[in-house]
Design a protein around this ligand. Structure first.
Ligand SMILES: *Cc1c(COP(=O)(O)O)cnc(C)c1O
Length: 724
C-alpha cells in the first residue's frame, strides 16, 4: 500500500476516534480493540487513548497488514457513508431544522463509559436522544457542561460503606475538540454570575452527525472558585448548583449565538436549563421588545421535558440565593427582585415561596411533556396548581414515553448475533470476510434494528430457532459471570480482611440470574426483595431450580439512606446465607449496565409507584433477551402485555407507603415463585424452556421498537419540534 493511502487511513482513524459513532458500530470498535486488546480493556474502551498508546509509526506498520487495512478501510467507508447519507428521515420530514436546529440543553449526557459526565438515567436518556437525532439526521445540537472530574466513582470501604472518588479527565484523551474561532483561537463566552464576569471555554463532542457543546469554566482568568464550578456533575452545594445552571442556560444560548447557530426550538431537558429563557427574553428586550412581548415571543421558542415526580428532583433556590447569584437577571430585564422571583413561583405574590426551576420552565415554554403516560397524569396533578381553573386532565403537560438507542445498548455479542441472522438468513453460512453492512434486502443493518418488521420476524421459529436463542442466552449469562468474577476479584483485592472467596466458582452458570442496577435513590427500594430473606435464601439453595442475584448502583454522595441500602446488600452478599448467590458490582456505569442487562435472565425493578417517571434500564434488556419483572410503573405499565415479561402486582397502588411496601414485597415473591421460576425451569426433553423463550420472542417483538429513541425522537419532532 502506498504511503499516501496509509496516511489517509491514519487520518481517518484519528477522525473516527473523535466521533462517538464508533460506540454504536461493532466493527469500528473492533478496529481499535485489535490495535491493542489489553489496552482496550485497561483504558476502558477509549479509542482516543488507544491512538495515543499506539505510536503513529506502529499504526502505519500495522496497516501494512492487508486484513487489518481492509477492516479499517471498510469501517471508514461506512462512517463516511453514514455522515454523508442524503436520503434520511430528517431531510425528508424535517428539512427546516437543518437551517434552524433544535438546541437540546441538558445538565448531563451519558454517551459512553469514557466520558463520564452523567449521573444517571436523565443523562443516559439525553445521550440516547442525541444518538437517535443523529441517526434520523435531525437538525440538532446539544448543550451541556464539561465536568473536569465527571461524576463520582464508587468504592466500598471496610464497613461496606460507599465512598466517592474522582479522577481528573484529560481532554486530550477524550473524544473532545476545543471550539476554536476562524483564527484558531479558543471561542470564549462570558456570563454574569454574582458580581463577576465568568469566562467560558467550549468543547465539541461529535455524536455521529450531531454536535454537542460542553461549556467549561476552567479558564485561567477566572477566580479559582469559578473555575471549579464545572468540576463535578451536580457537585457542591446549592450555590454551585445555581451557578452551574446559569452557565448552562445563559452560557449555552450565548455560545450558540457566537457560533452563528439560530435554533428554532430550545428544548430544556429538565428544569436545570430553564435560565436559558431569561437570556432569550433579555436578547429580545435588547432588540427593543417590551418585557411582556419578549416573554411571549420567547415562549414560542421553548419546550420543556419534566422527568420526575420526586420532590427533591425539582431544584428550588431561596430568594437570597437568587438575589446573590442571579441579581443580574433582574438588572438586565429591568425588573425588581420580586418580579424575578415571580418567574419561579407558583403563587407570584407568596414571598415565602422559593424559586423553582420547574415552575420557571413551565412558565416560559410553549409546550411541556412528561416521560410516560402515568407520569403525564402524575405531572398534570402535581402542577395543576400553576393553572388555576384548569381541570386536572386539561393541564397542558403531555407525555412522550422515553426510549433507548438500541444499537448503542446492544452488547457486541448480540449485535454480531443479529447481524449474521440478518445478512445471511436462517441456516446460510456467513463468511468471516464478508462485510455485513448491507442486509440481503439491501438495507443497512442499523436501520433494520429499528424496524418493527424485523423484530416481528423473531416470532417465527423458522427465522430463528428456540435452540439458537437459548444458546445466545447461555453465552450472555456466561459473559456476565466472567465479568462479575473479574470485577469481584478486583474489588476484593482492595480490601484486605476479606474472607477467602473462590472467585472462579462464584455464581452458577446454570442458575436463573436476576439483575438489579440503578441509582440507589430510596424510592427505588433496592433491598425490597430481601425483605423475605429466609424465603429468598431457600430459593437460592434450591438444587434443581436455583436463583441468584447481581446488584449494582450508586447512591448520591449525600444520601445516607441510599448508602445504607448498599451497605445492607453488600453485607448480605458477604456474610449471610446468600453468599455466593448474590454479588454487588461496584462503580455502576454504562459498561456495567450493558453487561448486566444482557447477561441477566430477569431485570428486576420495584420502585414505589408512581415515582419511577419512566425508567429506561428495563428497555435495554429487551433486545438482548432479558425479561422484565417489574412494578407496573413508568414505561413498564405501557410495555407489559401479559406475554412479554412479568408484572409485580396490579395497575394500582395504595396511598399508604408502608402498606405499599408490604404488598409489593409479597407480590414480588409471588410473581417470582409462581411465574418466573416455573417458566424458566420448565424444560422439554431437549432441555429447552419453550415457554420462557416464547416470552423472549414476545418481548423482542413488542418492546424494542416501541421503546427506542428512534421512535421517541420522531415523536418529539412531530409533536413538538415541528409545530409552533
Ligand atoms: C440506563 C441507566 C440508568 C437508568 O436506569 P433506570 O432504570 O432508569 O434507573 C442509570 N444509570 C446507568 C449507568 C444506566 O445505564
Amino acid at each position: 500500500m502506498s504511503s499516501s493511502e496509509i496516511s489517509e487511513l491514519v487520518n481517518g482513524l484519528h477522525k473516527l476516534a473523535r466521533n462517538l459513532w464508533w460506540t454504536w458500530d461493532q466493527e469500528a470498535q473492533e478496529v481499535f480493540q485489535e490495535l491493542s486488546p489489553r489496552s482496550w480493556q485497561n483504558l476502558y474502551h477509549n479509542a482516543v487513548a488507544i491512538l495515543h498508546e499506539v505510536s503513529d509509526y506502529e499504526l502505519r506498520v500495522r496497516l501494512q497488514d492487508r486484513d487489518f487495512a481492509s477492516h479499517a478501510r471498510n469501517v471508514l467507508r461506512d462512517f463516511d457513508s453514514y455522515m454523508n447519507e442524503k436520503d434520511t428521515w430528517g431531510r425528508k420530514n424535517a428539512p427546516a431544522l437543518h437551517k434552524n436546529p433544535v438546541a437540546y440543553f441538558s445538565a448531563e449526557f451519558g454517551f459512553h463509559e469514557t466520558l463520564p459526565i452523567a449521573a444517571g438515567g436523565l443523562g443516559i436518556l439525553a445521550g440516547d436522544h442525541t444518538k437517535s437525532a443523529s441517526d434520523l439526521d435531525l437538525g440538532f445540537v446539544g448543550i451541556s457542561l464539561f465536568y473536569r472530574e465527571g461524576y463520582f466513582q464508587q468504592s466500598i470501604d471496610h464497613n461496606n460503606w460507599q465512598t466517592e472518588f474522582y479522577s481528573r479527565l484529560d481532554p486530550r484523551n477524550l473524544p473532545l475538540e476545543p471550539v476554536l474561532d476562524a483564527k484558531g483561537k479558543p471561542v470564549i463566552v462570558t456570563v454574569k454570575i454574582a458580581m463577576s464576569e465568568v469566562k467560558l471555554l467550549a468543547w465539541r463532542v461529535n455524536v455521529g452527525r450531531v454536535p454537542v457543546y460542553l461549556l467549561d469554566a476552567n479558564h485561567p482568568e477566572n477566580e479559582q472558585h469559578f473555575r471549579d464550578l464545572t468540576k463535578r456533575v451536580y457537585g457542591g452545594d446549592s450555590t454551585t448548583r445555581i451557578m452551574q445552571e446559569i452557565i448552562l442556560g445563559v452560557g449555552g444560548v450565548r455560545l450558540l449565538r457566537t457560533l452563528g447557530i439560530q435554533p428554532s426550538t430550545f428544548h430544556m431537558n429538565e428544569g436545570h436549563a430553564a435560565f436559558l429563557a431569561l437570556e432569550i427574553i433579555r436578547e429580545k428586550m435588547l432588540a427593543g421588545a417590551k418585557l411582556n412581548d419578549a416573554i411571549a415571543a420567547s415562549k414560542k421558542e421553548c419546550i420543556f421535558t419534566t422527568h420526575t415526580p420526586v420532590e427533591a428532583g425539582h431544584d428550588r433556590f431561596t430568594s437570597e440565593l437568587i438575589a446573590y447569584a442571579g441579581h443580574k437577571f433582574a438588572d438586565q430585564l429591568k425588573i425588581s427582585h420580586e418580579q424575578l422571583m415571580a418567574f419561579g413561583r407558583v403563587d407570584a405574590k407568596d414571598a415565602k415561596e422559593p424559586f423553582c426551576m420547574t415552575v420557571l420552565a413551565l412558565k416560559v415554554s410553549r409546550a411541556a411533556n412528561a416521560v410516560s403516560e402515568l407520569h403525564g397524569q402524575v405531572s398534570r396533578e402535581m402542577w395543576q396548581c400553576m393553572f388555576p381553573g384548569v381541570a386536572k386532565d386539561k393541564v397542558p403537560i403531555g407525555h412522550i414515553t422515553n426510549g433507548i438507542h438500541v444499537a448503542g445498548w446492544m452488547k457486541g455479542t448480540v449485535r454480531r448475533f443479529w447481524r449474521t441472522r440478518l445478512t445471511s438468513g436462517n441456516g446460510a453460512q456467513a463468511s468471516d470476510t464478508t462485510r455485513f453492512w448491507k442486509t440481503k434486502a439491501g438495507h443497512d443493518w442499523a436501520s433494520e434494528i429499528n424496524s418493527a418488521e424485523f423484530w416481528r420476524k423473531i416470532l417465527d421459529p423458522n427465522f430463528i430457532s428456540d435452540e439458537e436463542l437459548w444458546a445466545l442466552r447461555y453465552k450472555l449469562r456466561r459473559e456476565l459471570l466472567e465479568f462479575s468474577r473479574r470485577r469481584l476479584l478486583l474489588q476484593a483485592q482492595r480490601v484486605t480482611h476479606e474472607d477467602f472467596i473462590a472467585f472462579d466458582s462464584l455464581l452458577n452458570p446454570d442458575a436463573l440470574t436476576i439483575g438489579f442496577a440503578r441509582r440507589f435513590a430510596t424510592y427505588k427500594r433496592a433491598p425490597l426483595i430481601f425483605e423475605q430473606l429466609e424465603n429468598i435464601v431457600r430459593l437460592t439453595r434450591d438444587q434443581k431450580r436455583p436463583v441468584q442475584f447481581v446488584f449494582a448502583g450508586k447512591a448520591h454522595p449525600r444520601d445516607d439512606a441510599g448508602k445504607q441500602y448498599i451497605q445492607k446488600i453488600i453485607h448480605l452478599s458477604k456474610f449471610s446465607d446468600l453468599k455466593g448467590s448474590l454479588v454487588f458490582i461496584e462503580n455502576y456505569d454504562v459498561h456495567v449496565a450493558r453487561q448486566m442487562v444482557s447477561g441477566c435472565d430477569v431485570w428486576l425493578n420495584n420502585p414505589r409507584r408512581p415515582l419511577e417517571a419512566s425508567g429506561t434500564s428495563g428497555m435495554k434488556a429487551g433486545c438482548q433477551g432479558c425479561l422484565n419483572l417489574s412494578i407496573l410503573d413508568g414505561w413498564w405499565r405501557e410495555g407489559y402485555d401479559g406475554t412479554n415479561g412479568f408484572a409485580i402486582g396490579p395497575d394500582s397502588h395504595s396511598e399508604d407507603v408502608l402498606e405499599q411496601d408490604r404488598a409489593d414485597s409479597a407480590n414480588l415473591y409471588k410473581a417470582l415463585t409462581e411465574e418466573v421460576i416455573p417458566a424458566f425451569y420448565d424444560r422439554d426433553s431437549n432441555g429447552i424452556p419453550r415457554q420462557w423463550i416464547q416470552k423472549i420472542r414476545s418481548a423482542m417483538a413488542t418492546l424494542v421498537v416501541q421503546f427506542s429513541t428512534d421512535r421517541m425522537v420522531r415523536e418529539y419532532a412531530e409533536k413538538y419540534y415541528l409545530t409552533k
